[in-house]
Write a protein that binds this ligand. Structure first.
Ligand code: CP
Ligand code: NVA
Length: 335
């Protein structure tokens, strides 16, 4: 069986735990091949297009490098420069691009757009982040946990602390429910997980043995956690909510005190990045000066600590995206 052949990845909801696991195992194998310096040309002659409405470093570069390392090509299309959404509908754009390319990646605002592309393109479409979901990030996150922790995913207690209604929180909850994990969203009540999604995932959890919970109290929420994960307090497109979010989320900052409250000195810290943690970076400065705050969702001390695995996690974006590309477009027989 080749479950990923020709398939899109839009939310992670429509893939079985076995399918997700097989992709993670393929990513681990491809990482090994890369470390051995082997070039297998698994995507030779394949072309994909990358459509970006929102900015990106990791996702864009991971897709481009993954294609190039396996002998394929990627066209980057900044949507400011394309006709889509201006002179041409998403449907017509999908139909045209599907004639040129073997796959389409989309990053942008509306989940409807990526769903519409998938409906009309006739080739696999990959969601590289929308307002609602960020499924490819979850693949890298679970791969990193598999590498770092000495226990199977089903035994992992995972605490996501921060804005529990954003794309990362939604996708982490889906991924955790699928993989049978002990998942806790830890947030203020007004940023608690979407009720419908949480119920849906609690139903999935009944089949997989996962446990999906929400905690308002950060100290209770992280107790016994193997992983503390956070994300920015203000996602792309929500910049006008900055002040309100800071006020709500200050008690949920991941700092050394909160890390110590897991009761486990080996708890790892994860973040999808980019992160606001460093007063020295010119990137953060404008915001910090403006608001008189030195660190946001994570302190610099935790971000740079031994427990922090954020750069391995970022590297794994490339290996997992490559696995997804190989599994959907690669030669039959390999997967
Ligand atoms: N984690 C992540 O998606 O990073 P980019 O926004 O840089 O792609
Ligand atoms: N929640 C963040 C994730 C960035 C990878 C955002 O949407 O901006």
């Amino acid at each position: 069986a080749k479950p990923w052949k020709g398939k899109s990845l839009l939310t992670l909801k429509n893939h079985t735990p076995e399918e997700i696991k097989s992709l993670l195992n393929l990513a681990i194998e491809l990482k090994k091949q890369r470390q051995l310096g082997r070039h297998n040309d698994l995507l030779k002659g394949k072309n994909i297009v990358l459509l970006f409405e929102k900015t990106s470093t990791r996702t864009r570069c991971a897709f481009e490098v993954a294609m190039m390392q396996e002998g394929g090509n990627a066209t980057f299309l900044d949507m400011k420069d394309s006709q889509m959404g201006k002179k041409e509908s998403v449907e017509d754009t999908a139909k045209v691009l599907g004639r040129y390319y073997e796959g389409i990646e989309f990053r942008g605002y509306h989940q409807d757009t990526v769903e519409m592309l998938a409906k009309h393109a006739g080739v696999p479409v990959w969601n590289g982040l929308t307002d609602e979901y960020h499924p490819t990030q979850i693949l890298a996150d679970w791969m990193t946990i598999m590498e770092k922790l000495d226990k199977p995913l089903e035994e992992v207690t995972f605490a996501y602390v921060g804005d529990a209604r954003n794309n990362m929180a939604n996708s982490l909850m889906i991924g955790a429910a699928k993989m049978g994990m002990n998942f806790r969203a830890v947030s203020p009540a007004s940023l608690a997980p979407d009720k419908t999604l949480m119920q849906e995932m609690q139903e999935v959890a009944m089949e997989t043995g996962a446990n999906i919970q929400w905690f308002e109290n950060p100290i209770e929420g992280v107790k016994g956690a193997d992983v503390i994960y956070t994300d920015v307090w203000v996602s792309m497109g929500e910049e006008d909510q900055f002040e309100e979010r800071i006020e709500l989320l200050v008690p949920y900052q991941v700092n050394e005190f909160l890390m110590s409250k897991t009761g486990n000195p080996d708890t790892i810290f994860m973040h999808c990045l980019p992160a606001f943690h460093d007063t020295e970076t010119s990137m953060g400065k404008g915001i910090y000066d403006q608001h008189g705050i030195s660190e946001l969702e994570v302190t610099d001390a935790v971000f740079r600590s031994e427990q922090s695995v954020v750069f391995d996690e970022a590297e794994n974006r490339m290996h997992t995206i490559k696995a997804m590309l190989v599994a959907t477009m690669g030669p039959s027989g390999h997967f």
